[in-house]
Design a protein around this ligand. Structure first.
Ligand code: TRP
Length: 376
């Protein structure tokens, strides 16, 4: 297939659409692939490889090798990730957080979690500051519900922690000019001045662990590959302001239920939120795009196509850790033994039981917010 045959796609920190070519992104951004050797090194330390690494959902990186070298020399890194609180959390958002939780557990490291209520206010004309702040606190419940260690986990909303973050953001801002952000993000003269400054805010937590600990702390950022643009800018200035460049580990974005592109909070019908009821889950999965045939009879005869199926994708990305089970379901589908109704039923059950537990933990987290939040 030549380039021109491929469907166009868009991927920036604020817009993702079309059929993303993840291989091309590695080339275009100049990142490195997570190869077997790296996975082996992680397994040697962690005792296992998380299924998201095994399946190349976390597939690209910058300086991960260096992070592991440092770790092996006894120089522990800190994890940093974040969330733009523009609404409730959906299960796709949980993907990198579940992975970060695993990393924290296996490597015994701190996690810094930034809630960018400022970003979502600046970039969404229909959201007020009270909205983005209250979503930040709601999203924090989802983070806590995943079981992060309160001794090692620091969550902050930018507007709550700005006194600490601002000097770090300024150090970055002074060294990034307007033409750079225009080139990196495609801003034009109509962009508001807050959005032009914003990358400095997302950069600040890369340097926070060093300031808090009083040593140069290596930082590893597990994040969607759409966020890479910000950190290319951060990495360009890091050393000039006296810190290590942050390392990155990129994940592919969780797919949507309608079979097109990524799960998006702006299309609620094709997205499962952590606050959804069992009935919501049933309704959404029932409507999901599958690789099924027009009729049950035809499907029994010719089999279905799990490779294009959103239900199978959900399983692969999030809801089935067992590789054999994923493969077995795909085989039964191809043979025409497993029809879409039954297959959807299996996924509904998985998601309902996941959400039941998650929602209980999420409610309990309301009383524990203070244990995790950093404020000035
Ligand atoms: N900009 C991110 C978003 O819109 C939020 C974010 C802030 C983030 N810091 C981060 C994401 C670090 C990944 C890693 O969701």
């Amino acid at each position: 297939m030549t380039r021109s045959d491929k469907e166009e796609y868009v991927l920036t920190p604020w817009e993702v659409s079309g059929n993303i070519d993840y291989d091309e992104l590695v080339e275009r951004f100049g990142t490195s692939r997570v190869d077997e050797e790296l996975k082996q090194r992680i397994e040697n330390i962690a005792g296992e490889v998380h299924f998201m690494l095994r399946r190349n959902i976390f597939y690209s990186h910058r300086d991960l090798k260096w992070i592991l070298d440092q770790y092996e020399k006894g120089n522990k890194f800190a994890l940093y990730t974040g969330r733009g609180p523009s609404g409730h959390t959906h299960v796709g958002h949980l993907m990198p957080w579940i992975f970060a939780r695993w990393m924290q557990d296996k490597f015994g490291v701190d996690l810094y979690f930034q809630l960018t209520d400022d970003e979502k206010y600046l970039f969404n004309f229909d959201l007020e500051m009270e909205d983005t702040y209250s979503y930040a606190m709601e999203n924090a419940l989802d983070i806590i519900a995943l079981g992060f260690d309160p001794e090692k986990t620091f969550i902050f909303a930018d507007t709550d922690y700005i006194h600490t973050l601002y000097p770090l953001a300024l150090k970055v801002a002074k060294r990034v000019n307007f033409s750079t952000v225009k080139a990196v993000f495609g801003f034009d003269n109509s962009a508001n001045v807050g959005s032009i400054f914003y990358t400095s805010m997302q950069s600040a937590p890369c340097f926070l662990p060093s300031d808090r600990e009083g040593r140069k702390v290596p930082v590893l950022i597990p994040c969607g590959i759409d966020q890479d643009a910000h950190f290319r800018v951060t990495r360009d200035v890091a050393e000039t302001i006296g810190y290590h460049k942050p390392a990155l580990l990129h994940n592919k974005l969780a797919p949507s239920l309608d079979g097109t592109g990524k799960m998006s909070a702006s299309i609620p019908k094709t997205t499962i939120f952590t606050t959804d009821t069992p009935e919501d889950v049933d309704a959404k999965i029932s409507e999901a795009f599958t690789g099924g045939r027009m009729s049950a009879k035809e499907q029994r005869e010719k089999g279905g196509n799990p490779d294009i199926c959103a239900v199978q994708n959900y399983r692969y990305y999030l809801f089935e850790e067992d590789d054999e089970r994923v493969a077995d379901i795909a085989d039964r589908c191809r043979r025409g033994d497993l029809l879409c109704g039954e297959c959807k039923g299996l996924l509904k059950e998985k998601i309902r039981s996941f959400l039941k537990k998650h929602q209980e933990r999420r409610e309990r987290a309301r009383d524990r917010l203070e244990e995790f939040l950093l404020k000035d």
